[in-house]
Design a protein around this ligand. Structure first.
Ligand code: C2E
Ligand code: MG
Ligand code: MG
Ligand code: MG
Length: 288
């Protein structure tokens, strides 16, 4: 019995600590937005056929005053749980708008932003995106691509459909993020009428290492081609993966092999220096 009581006490303590921590994180996030602790980094997307720069995805970073950098994988789920994600996404939109001039995106470049289902199901979602579109319009024809992760179930609601339709009419494009990791892949494609499939890096990593995942990767590619969806391979880290994807008709790549997520001010220098498959890089053939 003593053991049982002790076990209960320990469990209770741990659960409380867990929830306390989540509460603290939410409070800190609010404070962090006010105090400018968040910033965006931008990861380039490359057109695999030509090596041309095609745009960027914005990724959120939080520099916590005492805990240091906290990964989005950690704080985004907490923000989703307590509804703070809507405020946080508006903050992201504002940060992206403020970075636009510095980014200096060329005409028709893509600007990718991650949005969540919770926000898309709200009637004010379109207003939030339109506020950003107005800021973008001042800077030339840039395509806003909204990424929705396949991991979270998107409510099949009339509001979501209407929001998506209205934004599509305004030129917004849609991408299914982390494709292949969720449980509703096919339903998602139907529901979203997406323009892009972002192939999760778990499958990209499998090139040349994991035969089963490689089969899944080839199946995803075949599916996307049949459905006339453009593909973005994420998490490309090697010349071999890049070559495989290009050979299989994947149109866009994103990953450390091409460029790491970077501050807006560093994108210009990256674009100046970027060459797809420079000789000698990560086993790319050295041609005299
Ligand atoms: P995601 O949207 O799938 O973003 C891609 C993630 O892969 C990023 O992680 C990026 O830094 C990482 N990555 C890119 N290339 C490589 C590579 O070659 N190798 C490896 N190992 N990783 C690579 P990050 O920045 O830590 O973001 C993690 C996730 O957090 C994102 O996954 C996205 O789901 C979420 N997230 C980030 N920013 C936001 C945001 O502003 N709003 C929302 N709702 N979610 C966000
Ligand atoms: Mg994304
Ligand atoms: Mg992604
Ligand atoms: Mg991913």
């Amino acid at each position: 019995l003593a053991f049982l009581v002790l076990a209960c006490l320990v469990c209770g303590y741990l659960t409380r600590r867990y929830f306390d921590r989540r509460m603290t994180l939410a409070t800190d996030m609010r404070k962090g937005m006010r105090n400018g602790e968040f910033h965006l980094v931008y990861q380039p997307l490359v057109e695999l056929g030509t090596g041309a720069f095609s745009g960027v995805e914005a990724l959120l970073r939080w520099n916590h005053p005492s805990a240091g950098p906290i990964r989005p994988d950690l704080f985004i789920p907490v923000a989703e749980e307590n509804g703070l994600i809507v405020e946080l996404t508006r903050h992201v939109f504002a940060l992206a708008a403020a970075d636009l001039r510095t980014l200096g995106l060329p005409p028709h470049a893509h600007l990718g932003l991650n949005v969540c289902a919770q926000h898309m199901a709200r009637t004010d979602f379109v207003d939030d995106v339109e506020a950003l579109l107005r800021r973008i319009e001042g800077l030339g024809p840039i395509t806003l691509v909204l990424e929705v992760t396949e991991r979270a179930a998107l409510p099949d609601s009339e509001v979501v459909r209407a929001n998506m339709r209205r934004l599509r009419e305004r030129g917004v494009q849609w991408a299914i993020d982390d494709f292949g990791t969720g449980h509703s892949s096919l339903a998602y494609i139907e529901q979203l009428e997406a323009d892009f499939l972002k192939i999760d890096r778990a499958f990209v990593n499998s090139v040349g290492t994991d035969a089963v995942s490689a089969v899944v990767l080839e199946t995803i590619i075949t599916l996307a081609r049949k459905l006339d969806l453009r593909m973005v391979a994420e998490g490309v880290e090697t010349a071999r993966q890049s070559a495989f994807l290009r050979a299989h008709g994947v149109q866009f790549g994103q990953g450390y092999y091409y460029g790491r997520p970077m501050r807006a001010r560093d994108l210009g220098a990256w674009r100046q220096a970027f060459v797809l498959d420079p000789p000698g890089k990560d086993g790319a053939p050295l041609v005299a």
